[in-house]
Ligand binder design. Structure first.
Ligand code: G5P
Length: 216
């Protein structure tokens, strides 16, 4: 558990393991895990105005516009002023990074650097439970029963986002948009980049770093 408030952002292309790493950080260090993708999926499920709008972009493999994302995310962050958190999937653009900067000070940013071929392979093995957003990988974290969500027993589906053409487009968008954000955090001296093809091998290094920062 953190001794003082601690705020971390996990960046990385689609399929790089942001959700997996953030979940482990949250669990190991007693932080709240905030995920932009989960916020969007909650809003889509609740049929809010922002959710309906966001879905129209996600269905085309596009990023949700900055003003929609900041409207969804910033109020949630402002409610968390007394909590330590790890934020996954936001910011993805320089405008989002500037908006985040206006509401909080980050302690660290982790950038996951995973080769393109590994990402393509991973996303092609990914299945989701649409109602909850739970994600499975047929090799890395398979469901207990093939094709079925562990908790609800409902069928798993392949997201349109994970079809090969959409994956290539998403990876390209990520690179273009993330570069200025990565440069910004590098200039602030809070960026830590981890490269590799396996989350389980990267994790011990991230865990040691977070442990040192949380307790510093
Ligand atoms: P999301 O939900 O943020 P993505 O596409 O950025 O979605 P994704 O695909 O959920 O990110 P991730 O969180 O980086 O990936 O990675 P993960 O889920 O932990 O792991 C990916 C898969 O690989 C899983 O099946 C996992 O089990 C497996 N895996 C992990 N590690 C390993 C490993 O070592 N080996 C193997 N074999 N497998 C592994 O956003 C969804 C959409 O919402 C919009 C965008 O349109 C986005 O595409 N959006 C935003 N738009 C604008 N601005 C923002 N800030 C936005 N945030 C979301």
């Amino acid at each position: 558990m953190a001794n003082r408030l601690f705020r971390a952002v996990i960046m990385g292309p689609p399929g790089s393991g942001k959700g997996t790493i953030s979940g482990r950080i949250a669990q190991s260090f007693g932080l709240q895990h905030l995920s932009s993708g989960d916020f969007i999926r909650e809003n889509i499920a609740a049929n809010t105005e922002a959710g309906v709008l966001a879905k129209s972009y996600i269905d085309k493999g596009l990023l949700v516009p900055d003003h929609v994302m900041t409207r969804l995310l910033l109020p949630r962050l402002e409610e968390m002023t007394r909590h330590s958190w790890v934020l996954d999937g936001f910011p993805r653009t320089l405008a989002q990074a500037n908006a985040l900067n206006s509401v909080c000070k980050l302690d660290m940013v982790v950038s996951l650097n995973v080769p393109f071929e590994t990402l393509k392979e991973r996303l092609s093995h990914r299945w989701v439970h649409p109602a909850s957003g739970r994600v499975y990988n047929m090799e890395f974290n398979p469901p207990r029963v093939q094709g079925v969500d562990d908790i609800s027993g409902e069928p798993l589906v392949k997201s349109d986002d994970d079809k090969p053409e959409a994956v290539v487009a998403r990876l390209r968008h990520y690179k273009d948009n993330a570069k200025p954000v990565i440069d910004l955090y590098k200039a602030k001296g809070i960026l830590h980049t981890f490269s590799g093809t396996e989350t389980d091998k990267i994790w011990p290094y991230i865990s040691s770093l977070v442990s040192a920062k949380v307790r510093s």
